[in-house]
Design a protein around this ligand. Structure first.
Ligand code: C2E
Ligand code: CA
Ligand code: CA
Length: 676
């Protein structure tokens, strides 16, 4: 008993230690048995009451009992001991206690540490947003957290069954690719050291991130921890971002970026495979602005959506309909045999779009102009195809809208030269390449020049003379017509001032200046004209402005107001090219004009057949009824003049009298004509 590590003791009922081995003495921290005489067992216990209760229990029930208690050593150290104690009778018949003490302080501490860690672990497990499952190397479930059950929607009866197979079936039944999931799991069990990270897609659209790592004990993998995180929201947000970046918000069609990308792929395929052909259709709605302006943007937007849906119906599943923006759509026809396939689709689209749309209970009509570019032309870049389809679309517009045109090389040449012209036009103003010519208007009554029409000319450094027919439409489209028009007006005012000095007359010589649509719609047009007249000190009555019928008809309300303001200024107004526009003679009275200019096409056709003379006659009598002057343009032959005279036309203009002349030559004419 002397070399035992356990402390062995015998005590009486009051707790006095009667005998003990050295291990006991050492454990409780006293030197000898004698030292124990002075202390009772009660002095030793941290909680003497506990010791008392336990001994009473022991005395009552007999038997051997284990008590765990703490003792306080004289040096202050506290020990946790396990006392295996039994009550026995000594030879005298008294009850004494016999006990064996084991110091379990160390074990106690590590136990506490473990349970602390365990509780910490389970709290963390249950408070994490991840679902966690721990399995052993054989794949059997060891533990999981609440979140795991929630995320995988595992019903209590399955969880409580502890049937791994049932749980797995439940998991697999929710997945989009259960086989892939299983394959991955098996791979990981085959390599216990591996870590893995991937995504799991659910049939109902949820997405989990799955992370798997070995669970180690003493460095060796003993199982595997699977953790799952629900990333559905993040994924949907990501997908939406990607979708939005490549789709048009209104129609949900692919946008320009996506379309160009697809086009690029098709170009690549066409280059690799000689037998692969595709076509690009470029659609622009005709007069879409009118819909927006008259019915409002809301209806306009709804119409665009309805158009998108119809276009989708006109193509095959492999084709792509995209919206480039505004009222522009593009279609990629994939894998076609020849141009005929493309034009057939264009025909079908035109037929479909011709049917009325019903938007918010209103019938809306629309049509599209379509340009077609074919892959057979051999393109390198998507932009080139788009550009050519666009050129063809413009051609379709120019040819009368609601039709299609297939891009060809002649179109290309024309486009290139237009583009060049546009560039040159930008420089022409600063390089002072424009000149104003003057074509006389003759009064048949007096035979005298009653005024001139100013006609602009562009002397291009290499091309030579460029007529306004060629460059005015481009200038109009690019807005360059505004600076050009201002230049013409300024020059004309300067010239008028000079001529009024040189050729004074009671009725001052007049010059008519042409205004294009853009010029006429400038809000500050009246101020511009007023200012130029003022600085050149020219009377407003000497200036005439020529505006074509079509310019006025596009915006009748605005035109009526603008015309009134110009008239108040004192300038006179000519309605140009009369008869070529919409020719609605009925509303002519609404536009307060001073003179009508009969378009030269009517004059040219006159004389051959009586009918055309009738038109001119009608126009002249109409003008007279409205108290307007009439000027016949493009008079080239004496017989035309004779007819005009007989119809009572007062003023004429044309090559028969004079070509448009440089200012100096025009002045010469003025000098030569008979004075009053
Ligand atoms: P317009 O206003 O109808 O001008 C009359 C056109 O008829 C002029 O052509 C003139 O040279 C031409 N012409 C005159 N007499 C005859 C004839 O007997 N026979 C034939 N076949 N033609 C004749 P031009 O100068 O080429 O101008 C064409 C158009 O360009 C003008 O048509 C006008 O709309 C526009 N334009 C000319 N100058 C200007 C300008 O300074 N500003 C604006 N905005 N447009 C202008
Ligand atoms: Ca004119
Ligand atoms: Ca004209």
């Amino acid at each position: 008993m002397g070399n035992l590590r356990e402390g062995v003791y015998i005590s009486d009922l009051r707790g006095n230690v009667l005998d003990a081995n050295p291990a006991f003495l050492e454990m409780i921290g006293v030197g000898s048995l004698d030292d124990l005489k002075n202390i009772t067992a009660y002095d030793l216990f941290v909680d003497p009451k506990q010791r008392e209760r336990e001994l009473e229990l022991l005395a009552r029930e007999g038997a051997v009992r284990e008590f765990e208690f703490q003792i306080k050593r004289p040096d202050g150290r506290i020990l946790t001991v396990l006392d295996t104690c039994s009550a026995i009778r000594d030879p005298a018949g008294d009850t004494i206690y016999h006990g064996i003490l084991v110091d379990i302080s160390d074990r106690k501490q590590s136990e506490e540490r473990i349970s602390h860690t365990a509780s910490l672990l389970s709290t963390t497990l249950d408070s994490t947003a991840d679902g966690i499952l721990v399995v052993n190397n054989a794949g059997r479930t060891q533990t999981y957290n609440r979140k795991f059950l929630e995320m995988w929607r595992i019903p209590p009866e399955i969880a409580e069954s502890h049937d791994d197979n049932l749980m797995l079936q439940h998991v697999l039944s929710q997945l989009r690719d259960p086989d892939g999931f299983l394959r991955r799991v098996r791979e990981l069990y085959a390599s216990p050291e591996a870590e893995a990270f991937d995504e799991i897609e659910f049939k109902d659209g949820r997405v989990f991130e799955r992370y798997s790592a070995p669970q180690r004990l003493g460095g060796r993998p003993v199982g595997r921890v699977w953790s799952f995180r629900d990333v559905t929201e993040r994924k949907t947000a990501e997908l939406r971002l990607v979708h939005d970046a490549f789709h048009d918000g209104l129609t949900n069609l692919p946008n320009r970026a996506l379309f160009m990308d697809l086009l690029g792929r098709s170009i690549g395929r066409a280059r690799r495979r000689g037998d692969y052909n595709f076509a690009l259709l470029f659609l622009d709605m005709d007069r879409f602005k009118v819909v927006n302006d008259s019915l409002g943007h809301l209806i306009g937007d709804q119409l665009l959506v309805a158009i998108a849906r119809r276009l989708e119906r006109c193509v095959r599943p492999g084709d792509t309909v995209a919206r480039l923006g505004g009222d522009e759509f593009t279609i990629l026809l994939d894998d076609i045999i020849d141009a005929g396939d493309a034009t057939r689709v264009a025909d079908r689209i035109q037929r479909e779009l011709n049917l009325p749309f019903t938007i918010s209970g209103q019938e809306v009509f629309t049509s599209a102009s379509i340009g077609i570019a074919l892959s057979a032309t051999g393109y390198e870049r998507p932009e080139e195809l788009l550009r050519d389809a666009d050129i063809a679309m413009y051609r379709a517009k120019a040819m009368g809208k609601a039709r299609y045109e297939v891009f060809d090389l002649e179109m290309h040449a024309r486009a290139v030269s237009q583009l060049q012209l546009e560039t040159d036009l930008r420089h022409a103003i600063e390089r002072d390449e424009f000149r104003v010519l003057y074509q006389p208007m003759i009064s048949l009554d007096s035979g005298r020049i009653e005024g001139f029409e100013a006609l602009v000319r562009w002397y291009h450094p290499t091309r030579g003379l460029v007529t306004p027919e060629e460059f005015v439409p481009i200038a109009e489209e690019t807005g360059l017509i505004l600076p050009i028009g201002r230049m013409v007006l300024r020059e004309v005012c300067r010239q008028l001032a000079e001529w009024h000095q040189t050729f004074p007359s009671p009725l001052p010589l007049s010059v008519a200046v042409n205004l294009s649509a853009k010029q006429f719609r400038q809000p500050d047009l009246v101020d511009q004209v007023a200012h130029l007249l003022e600085v050149s000190e020219v009377s407003p009555v000497a200036l005439r402005l020529e505006i074509t019928e079509s310019v006025i008809i596009d915006d009748a309300e605005g035109a009526v107001k603008m015309l009134a303001r110009l008239r108040r200024l004192g300038v006179k107004l000519h309605l140009d090219d009369f008869g070529t526009g919409y020719s609605s003679l009925s509303y002519l009275h609404r536009f307060d004009m001073d003179a009508l200019k009969i378009d030269r096409s009517f004059i040219a056709a006159m004389g051959d057949r009586g009918q055309n003379t009738e038109i001119v006659r009608a126009i002249i009598s109409l003008a007279r009824n409205l108290d307007m002057d009439v000027i016949a343009e493009g008079v080239e032959r004496p017989e035309q003049l004779a007819i005009l005279r007989s119809l009572g036309c007062e003023k004429v203009q044309g090559f028969l009298f004079s070509q448009p002349l440089a200012a100096r030559d025009a002045a010469q004419l003025l000098r030569e004509q008979p004075s009053f």
